[in-house]
Design a protein around this ligand. Structure first.
Ligand code: CA
Length: 221
């Protein structure tokens, strides 16, 4: 899952990026409203964390522009402490959730997880496909109840497919959602990750749809 952070306080931005990368997200960081708006309009994100007080263009304007452009990605706005008018304005401008500064990072991650889950139509924080279970809270994967160790990239790829179970996901889409902007993207690595995941979780867990991409099937019942 790939997340854009738009935050102008350098320390907070860096800290958020490090924490969220540690939690398994691919992160891009913009430090003003103009850059943030541009990235949000042109890159593929699963969620955006948007500070409202930003240089160049303020957060509410950025959010309003995205929504007018038809960008539906879930947005969590960061508001000044106790500013109820910021919260109302944020929600009115199309925010999906808000968090007042200062906040606990754990709460931000939990809200982010919930936003991404809901946007992909998943009600539970535990995702399943056949005998494979992925707990989005702990980042743990099990097969038939047995823990399976995945690398960070394997986890990102599997997590994206499990969030979009039953849909065909192209290689391009996978690349866009598991790597950040600065990563040297190579579509051949996707095939390598898929092969490794199949070795760990069984050959049938990911289906290759020739010429289109990959799919996790709904369990047959
Ligand atoms: Ca700010």
């Amino acid at each position: 899952m790939r997340v854009l952070i738009v935050e102008d306080e350098p320390n907070l931005g860096r800290q958020l990026r490090a924490t969220l990368e540690g939690a398994g997200y691919a992160i891009d960081l913009a430090t003003d409203g103009e850059d943030g708006h541009y990235l949000g309009s042109t890159e593929a994100y699963d969620a955006i964390i948007l500070d409202l007080g930003l240089p160049e263009v303020d957060g509410l304007t950025v959010l309003d522009r995205w929504r007018r452009e038809g960008i539906v990605v879930p947005v969590l706005v960061l508001t000044a402490r106790d500013s109820w008018s910021d919260k109302v304005a944020g929600l009115d401008a199309g925010a999906d959730d808000y968090l007042a500064k200062p906040f606990q990072t754990e709460e931000l991650i939990a809200r982010l997880r919930a936003l991404i889950r809901r946007a992909s139509g998943n009600a539970s924080s535990e995702l399943t496909a056949g005998d494979v279970r992925l707990d989005t809270r702990s980042g743990k994967v099990t097969l038939d109840g047995e823990p399976v160790k995945l690398t960070a990239q394997e986890y990102k790829l599997l997590s994206y497919l499990m969030h979009h179970k039953g849909k065909v996901v192209s290689r391009t889409e996978l690349i866009e959602h598991i790597y950040d902007q600065d990563f040297d993207r190579d579509s051949n690595t996707i095939e390598v990750f898929v092969t490794r995941i199949r070795k760990k979780l069984g050959p049938d867990v990911i289906t290759t749809i020739r010429g289109l991409g990959y799919s996790l099937e709904e369990p047959r019942g």
